[in-house]
Design a protein around this ligand. Sequence first.
Ligand SMILES: Cc1ncc(COP(=O)(O)O)c(C=O)c1O
Length: 472
Amino acid sequence: MNEKLHFTPEEMRKMGYQVVDRIVDHLCQLPDKPVTRNSSPAQLEKALGESLPEQGISFEKIMQQLDEVVFSQIMHLDHPRFFAFVPGPSNYIGTLATFLASGLNVFAGTWLEASGPAQVERVTVDWIARLFGLPKTAGGLFVSGGSMANLTALAVARQVKLGGPSERATVYFSDQTHSSVERALKILGFRQEQIRRIPSDEAFRLSAPELEVQIQKDRSQGKQPFCVIANAGTTNTGAVDPLETLVKICNREGLWLHADGAYGAPAILSDQGRKLLKGIESVDSLTIDPHKWLFQPYDTGCILVRDSQHLKMTFHILPEYLRDVEGKETEVNFCDYGIELTRSFRALRLWMSFKMFGIESFRRAVSHGLEMAETAEKTLRRSLYWDVVSPAQLGVVTFRFAPDSMHEEMIDKVQQQIVNRMIREGYAMVSTTELKGRTVLRLCTINPRTTKEDIQNTIQKMEGIGREIYGI
Ligand SMILES: Cc1ncc(COP(=O)(O)O)c(C=O)c1O
């Protein structure tokens, strides 16, 4: 029994060192471990399906169980050969920041309760806003991820442009837009009839002419167009919507322009990305997701808004039991800028990482991701067995195993079979997606620890599997 839920300093240190050792071993041994791991619900139910323990057991025993049946059963999204979906190539400083913020149990909701952390968040948000060329009026906050950032941004857009829910309001985005946008709209009460999914062009970018036609059509039918959501790097292909054109259209039409940069926005740190993302400095709101391409642990998203007062205007409510925290105008209460009142000190992860590595290291790390996708594309183009469907773009390349003699239906099937075999074998993790009705393979290469050999060997393995399946 330990009714104070507390330990001696020696006990705490001993347990803490065990945790640090686990993490360091994980990070150092990762490249030699399999990427994937599969167990059935029945196996795990057997291993973990116990009743709520009445008495405690030792820390060592818990760690042993974690090693054997919990952490041994995770796919490593931070593995240098994890190329599926969007990898999570976190970094150790971000991990330590999470540990510190949680150990000190920082309440990052109000200035009164954590002024130092509030200032760190303010500074970090400001650094990011500057990276994207947003004006001094811009502000934002850290949230749990890209989905929450998109939800926050769309709530602001609705408040500023419509003043609240509107039956007539319509919203526009391409068919390549991440599902979190549609989910956010659903949460905010928009119906399917209010959503305009504009077909993307050949390069998987939002078609601006089609957008303009749709806006005019809606206006003529008495609808109220109010918001366009642009992709600053789609999840499928890394395509960037024509941001500069969209800025012009939205300015002319008086629409809110939100950019979902959850995947691709950090490419601004590279020369190539800066060119592709031109126009991003003029959006009304921008989602970025540091737990993807800014190398932070999960639960680190960020929303930036061109005029920070718009966040406050949307979310600020002052109940009587919080009157004591309402400070001076210059003191930021981040709970007034978003959905969460009690919020953890997420900003510390990026602040410590930027300070420890310097932005120059981040520039190289991001550029490396772009280069790895180019290596993949070159490797694929050298072989007769592959068709490149979308070229290396913001760290993503899509392609198909498609020998000349193979017919369309078979090609679709083979891609899935290749992925299934890769998951079983564990050397690398790749995923499929669908582009214009065709199943394709996709590599996302943003891990700064991925090597050229990782890419080449992965493609070679997939090619071997494809040839074996097809018998060539
Ligand atoms: C473009 C884009 N937007 C939004 C999201 C959702 O982000 P999160 O998973 O952090 O909620 C993702 C996730 O992959 C994404 O790629």
